[in-house]
Design a protein around this ligand. Structure first.
Ligand code: ACO
Length: 174
């Protein structure tokens, strides 16, 4: 029996139909792309994110509470995951959140954040698929642009994903 949990059995962050079907179709049949689920702590969500930065040691209750906080903001947070069907474990993750502006005729901007692919799966175009799916969601939600910050080392990756370098990032830590 397969360990894989179908979308219909999960509490998801957003409607799966928002993920472009053409991007999903390009994944191997061993992989599945879907919105983040409330129980994804047990599917290695934070372990996958640890290739990017240090991650907290959360209890299931804390994780579920953080999930509910995202879901309580309608049409704002879109985190998606790629799951290996054989193991039901997450191998890639990424997010886009939407910023409503007064400028640009009350326009909306998509901000891509926290892209991570498990080390064992890097170089298989999963990062590209995640970016294309997130950009597709951003477009479908009416954003006039999608932006992100990254290190110099990741600039060539994002250029391959169709992004161009623009302006500078500034930061002030607290
Ligand atoms: N430098 C140059 N080219 C790269 C790089 C790189 N660092 N990374 C990927 N590419 C190229 C690939 O060779 C491929 O090129 P091709 O189409 O000519 O074959 C193309 O970009 C697509 O690569 P993918 O296979 O989709 O990349 P992958 O699945 O490994 O994901 C990622 C890339 C997300 C950067 C992954 O390596 C990773 O998780 N790294 C650690 C965490 C990280 O740095 N995340 C990004 C932080 S920035 C942010 O979150 C907004």
């Amino acid at each position: 029996m397969s360990a894989f949990t179908p979308d219909s059995e999960l509490e998801l962050l957003f409607t799966p139909g928002l993920i472009p079907a053409e991007v999903k179709a390009l994944l191997g049949s061993d992989l599945h792309m879907r919105p983040l689920a409330k129980t994804d702590l047990s599917r290695s969500h934070l372990k996958v994110l640890s290739v990017l930065t240090s991650t907290p040691d959360l209890t299931e209750a804390q994780y579920a509470q953080a999930f509910d906080r995202l879901r309580s903001c309608p049409d704002t947070y879109f985190t998606l995951v790629i799951v290996a069907r054989e193991t039901d474990q997450i191998v890639g993750v990424g997010s886009v959140f939407l910023e409503q502006k007064f400028t640009r005729n009350l326009g909306t901007v998509g901000h891509i954040e926290d892209i991570a692919v498990d080390k064992s799966m890097q170089g298989r175009k999963l990062g590209l698929r995640i970016i294309n799916a997130l950009t597709g969601i951003s477009e479908r939600m009416g954003c006039y642009k999608t932006i992100l910050n990254c290190s110099d080392a990741n600039v060539p990756f994002y250029q391959k994903c169709g992004f161009e370098k623009k302006e500078n990032e500034m930061a002030r830590y607290h």
